[in-house]
Design a protein around this ligand. Structure first.
Ligand SMILES: O=C(O)C(=O)C[C@]1(C(=O)O)C=C[C@@H](O)C=C1
Length: 326
């Protein structure tokens, strides 16, 4: 197992100015988040610091202790990761620079000698539990669930003396690394489950548009009135911008006060997205831009002809000509 400190021996990955690159991630070692981080070019040679929570990983970026953080944001079965959506919507603004998709497979692990019939308590991350709930109801119906800060944190506690539960749901690799016994493999309720992770850094230069990009926004619901959500959605639909995720989250200020977390297809360098953002800003001035970055699946969205960059340019030129008396 690699410890953050072990990586000190390796030649550190350097940033564009020769600085050492430090990544924070939702730890401990062995989380799916670490697997996502290791797919980033250069991350194998960078300093990697496991953080106890999504919030603390992001705070390390805000305080300058880490160059970037990798955190889970969305799962194909369970949807948005609330801890991440909430942490990105408040505090000093951050930017998503990259997304990473990781296929997720879970195992049920126990200490050697423990059988399936002995399991009375099981621990894992809430998102992992939600993805294995049906399997657990059918196979360990008596088992009580105890939440953990990550799948790997549950596995680590199980491998230490006197754990407070009998089994952990975690990644196959971490069970193997810790010498736990895998009682059942592939226990996720949905095959081909995928979790989406994001790499976060301080605001700076945006990734270049690639033609297959995503823009993430936090849009506070402007004062509550009929059609408020429709007004927000209109800004996208009239400009031909497709949304790939929209979720409402409570702001925590008072009951009924919500913000929308939105992923839209395209880059703010695209005229239609720029125009949609300006329209949104008029409706919801506290709108927060979280970044434009390449899509991990490289899927290109269909752009209606009248919302292409050329169509916007032609409209601007025509309008200028009117002002100039033509
Ligand atoms: O606990 C981990 O291993 C994580 O990386 C967190 C997380 C999540 O929050 O979605 C990541 C992937 C799985 O979907 C379950 C848990």
């Amino acid at each position: 197992m690699t410890h953050a400190a072990d990586t000190q021996a390796a030649p550190h990955h350097r940033g564009p100015l020769g600085e050492t690159v430090v990544y924070a991630y939702l730890g401990p070692e062995g989380t799916f988040t670490e697997a996502a981080l290791l797919t980033i070019p250069g991350a194998q040679d960078a300093v990697r610091i496991p953080a106890p929570s999504v919030n603390s990983a992001l705070e390390m970026v805000r305080s300058g202790q880490a160059t970037a953080a990798v955190v889970p944001i969305e799962n194909s079965v369970e949807g948005g990761v609330s801890a991440t959506l909430d942490a990105l919507s408040a505090g000093a603004s951050l930017r998503i620079m990259r997304e990473i998709l990781v296929p997720i497979t879970f195992v049920l692990a126990a200490r050697p000698g423990v059988a399936l019939a002995d399991i009375r308590t099981v621990s894992t991350h809430t998102h992992a539990w939600a993805q294995c709930r049906e399997w657990a109801a059918g196979n360990i119906p008596e088992a009580e669930y105890l939440p953990a800060s990550s799948t790997a944190a549950a596995a680590v506690e199980l491998s230490e003396p006197d754990p407070s539960f009998d089994a952990a749901i975690c990644a196959p690799l971490v069970a193997q690394r810790l010498g736990l016994e895998v009682l059942r493999e592939d226990i996720g309720d949905v095959r081909d489950a995928v979790t989406r992770f994001v790499m976060i850094s301080l605001p700076g230069l945006l990734p270049e548009p690639t033609g297959s990009d995503k823009t993430t926004l936090v849009v506070p619901l402007p004062e509550d009135h009929p059609g408020a959500l429709m007004e927000i959605l209109d800004q996208f639909s009239t400009r031909g911008v497709n949304l790939s995720r929209i979720e409402s989250r409570p702001t925590g200020m008072f009951l009924g006060d919500y913000f929308f977390s939105i992923d839209a297809d395209g880059h703010i360098a695209d005229a239609r997205m720029a125009d949609a953002l300006k329209g949104l800003h008029r409706i919801s001035p506290e709108l927060r831009f979280l970044g434009s970055y390449p899509r991990a699946d490289h899927r290109e969205s269909e752009i209606p002809r009248h919302t292409s960059d050329e169509a916007f340019r032609a409209a601007d030129i025509w309008f200028e000509s009117l002002l100039n008396g033509y």
